[in-house]
Design a protein around this ligand. Structure first.
Ligand SMILES: *Cc1c(COP(=O)(O)O)cnc(C)c1O
Length: 451
């Protein structure tokens, strides 16, 4: 446990208590009681800061009753497969402090539409988002999954067929299910990679069986099971040839690497804020071409039968507004950093491959993902190495988690020493080297041969 980290949290919380005094006081100023509370509070902050400086005092464990502090990003290297791209920037954490209140983005909403708010500049952010993924229109949504759902809801009638990958994320299946659609899976084959040809074959077989074309194709840019890159450019071309709209699922790419939907040939690009854009959950983006924006981002047409009320400035697929506070503000605050970091994706891939090469020096270790790696998410197979130790270790599979934690590494699937996933995204070279050495040291400790 790192005392200084805990002291920083304690100081932040003590400052929040000061802030609360102003939230309760009259706008004309603090009364005597408030002033006393304030000066006591300031003294408390000073004590905590002194303890922080000197590395003294007792560490706090809880933010609130039973809510433990979350310090894994401060005290550990986190290799969790889904978390690294959604780790907040300092800017996002500041925005969250300032805009954590419920509908905080709505202070200056003049048109009743989130994407038209000018202060803070949510309208500008939307325009930039569309540009960022090479599309015409974009909306923020509560997670990639809600992006899929908006599209399936707008495009599908009951019984319509949607083509997905056999490695597709469950949220794609559910988005098709809620719209009454039917799933047809494209095989990724022995290489675990979806090709344009495989998608074309599936379209043909759907056409043969039903006499109709599928209504939508959803394929991942990178899947969540292997972190393999799929031929979305090839899929885009096939989709165009058949005239079927193509949703490119960029949950594992948007915000981490450059993505250009029009170059891919996609009609929709979906990204995840909390997986790839250093934003608070649930957040994400749905971007589309002008052609499809007219359908998915259409205006409400409904009319109240008694009141005659209409809501023509609202978009039904968005249920009006989507992210109304800390979520969208965190996306916006991280965005300058995100735009910059995607240009350094090649370095992230280099670090990923460096780690994998070192990891493979441990005899018996294998990589289930494509190699060389094109992503920082990798599926590793340690059945012939660490799992052999686990078989006789009194802690079983947990021995590896124990050893990693001792070295300040968390995020692997606890207790798993067979086939599991890790993600090195955003780790500095120092951390990557430390991580590589940690696995080798654990192997050596248990006398696994290291090449
Ligand atoms: C994580 C993930 C999702 C879901 O993203 P949310 O933003 O949590 O809805 C969808 N598809 C893939 C491939 C993913 O990896």
């Amino acid at each position: 446990m790192n005392l200084k980290v805990r002291k920083i949290y304690e100081a932040l919380f003590a400052l929040e208590d000061l802030r609360e005094i102003f939230r309760q006081a009259l706008p004309t100023g603090l009364d005597e009681g408030d002033e006393e509370q304030l000066s006591n509070g300031i003294a408390r902050v000073e004590t905590i800061i002194r303890e922080l400086k000197e590395g003294k005092g007792s560490p706090i464990k809880y933010a609130e009753d039973r809510l433990e502090l979350r310090t894994r990003e401060e005290e550990f290297i986190n290799i969790n497969p889904i978390q690294p791209g959604g780790r907040l920037t300092a800017e996002a954490r500041k925005a969250l402090i300032a805009y954590g209140d419920g509908y905080s983005v709505c202070d200056m909403c003049l048109e009743g539409r989130l994407d038209k708010i000018r202060k803070p500049p949510v309208d500008e952010f939307h325009a930039e988002l569309a540009d960022f993924v090479g599309m015409d229109e974009a909306r923020v949504v509560p997670g990639a999954r809600r992006g899929f759902q908006a599209v399936t809801s707008a495009l599908l009638e009951k019984g319509d067929v949607v083509i997905v990958s056999d490695l597709a994320h469950y949220t794609e299946y559910l988005a098709v299910e809620t719209a009454g659609g039917v799933i047809k899976e494209v095989p990724s084959g022995p290489k675990n990679i979806i090709t344009g040809d495989a998608v074309a074959d599936k379209i043909e077989s759907v056409k043969d069986a039903t006499g109709k074309l599928p209504k939508l194709i959803i394929i991942e840019h990178f899947d969540y099971l292997f972190g393999n890159e799929h031929d979305v450019y090839g899929v885009g071309k096939v989709a165009k040839d058949y005239g079927i709209p193509f949703l490119c699922n960029g949950a594992y790419s948007v915000g981490m690497m450059p993505v250009n939907g029009k170059k891919i040939g996609a009609d929709f690009v979906v990204g995840s804020g909390h997986k790839g854009m250093a934003a608070v959950a649930p957040s994400g983006i749905l971007a589309s071409t002008d052609e499809w924006a007219a359908k998915v981002f259409r205006s409400s047409q409904i009319v109240g039968d008694v009141t005659g009320r209409r809501f023509e400035n609202k978009e039904p697929e968005m249920l009006g507004c989507t992210l109304m506070g800390g979520t969208v503000l965190s996306m916006m605050a991280s965005f300058p950093h995100v735009k910059e970091r995607v240009t350094r994706w090649d370095v992230e891939v280099k670090k990923s491959n460096y780690f994998i090469r070192e990891f493979l020096r441990i005899e018996g270790n294998k990589i289930a993902s494509e190699c060389p790696r094109k992503h920082t998410l990798s599926k590793v197979d340690t059945r012939d190495s660490f799992d052999r130790i686990a078989k006789t270790h009194k802690r079983r599979g947990y021995f590896l988690s124990d050893e990693l934690k001792r070295k300040g590494i968390v995020g692997e699937f606890a207790g798993s020493t067979r086939v599991w996933k890790l993600n090195t995204y955003g780790s500095s070279w120092d951390r990557i080297k430390y991580l590589s050495e940690a696995f080798i040291e654990i192997a050596e400790k248990y006398e696994l041969p290291v090449r």
